[in-house]
Design a protein around this ligand. Structure first.
Ligand code: ADP
Ligand code: MG
Length: 212
């Protein structure tokens, strides 16, 4: 589908479904190396976002939709993830400006701004076992795909693949940010819940763009 406001809405509604389906899995991951609330926080936040998106004005741009997602997540998710994801969607909204439809360069700009927002807010570096470990490979893969002349759908699929691999690659790491950092070596062998939820959100973006 064209990457317009209807796509952003479809992406976010798919995110809500996928987060709801993975609520228990995310709770389990966060119970292993955190406080067990990540699935609950994300599910509550995205349910609120989907309700809010129904009130979006018909002439809203993709940026307007992303901004509504941001403000709703900030006020409903809580924990570490709420402000981090809120900042991600807010920066993504700013990056796409008032464009009615997003091309490959705009998608790369959206993903880069989201990742930069998370880094700005949380100060995590690659390898700290956080959601940044899903986002940075996703941004890099999207850039490579875009430079190779790939379609928007292919760019998003490359980002989603890289985010999933990045989430898996958090398993052997020791955490240096967030609650999991209190565990030291006991975090080894567990996947970071925020990296996992990030991979789910990026897969939802790719699947809806592909019309799946
Ligand atoms: P809390 O840790 O407050 O319970 P959540 O469980 O909702 O919040 O989210 C935890 C996730 O947030 C972690 O799995 C990690 O991916 C992410 N996170 C925590 N701190 C940071 C940070 N400083 N930078 C980036 N991501 C972080
Ligand atoms: Mg938690």
């Amino acid at each position: 589908m064209a990457l317009d406001t209807a796509w952003v809405t479809a992406w976010i509604n798919r995110s809500t479904e996928v987060i709801s389906e993975n609520r228990v899995a995310l709770i389990t991951l966060d119970r292993d190396i955190g406080d067990g609330d990540h699935g609950e926080n994300m599910d509550r936040g995205f349910q609120a976002v989907s309700t809010k998106l129904d009130t979006l004005s018909p002439d809203a741009t993709p940026g307007d939709a992303l901004k509504l997602v941001a403000t709703t997540l900030i006020s409903t998710v809580g924990g570490a993830a709420g402000p981090l994801y809120g900042t991600a969607y807010l920066k993504a909204a700013a990056a796409v400006g008032s464009a009615p439809e997003l091309d490959g360069a705009a998608i790369v700009a959206l993903l880069t701004a989201a990742r930069d927002g998370i880094v700005l807010r949380g100060k995590a570096e690659s390898g700290d076992k956080t959601m940044v470990d899903a986002w940075t490979p996703a941004v890099e893969a999207a850039e490579i795909a875009q430079q190779a002349g790939s379609s928007e759908v292919e760019i998003l699929a490359a980002a989603a693949d890289a985010a999933e691999a990045g989430a898996v690659a958090t398993e052997p790491l020791v955490a240096r940010k967030g609650r999991a950092s209190y565990l030291g070596e006991r975090a080894i062998g567990h996947r970071d819940p925020g990296a996992q939820s990030s991979a789910l959100l990026l897969r939802a973006a790719a699947d809806t763009a592909a019309g799946e």
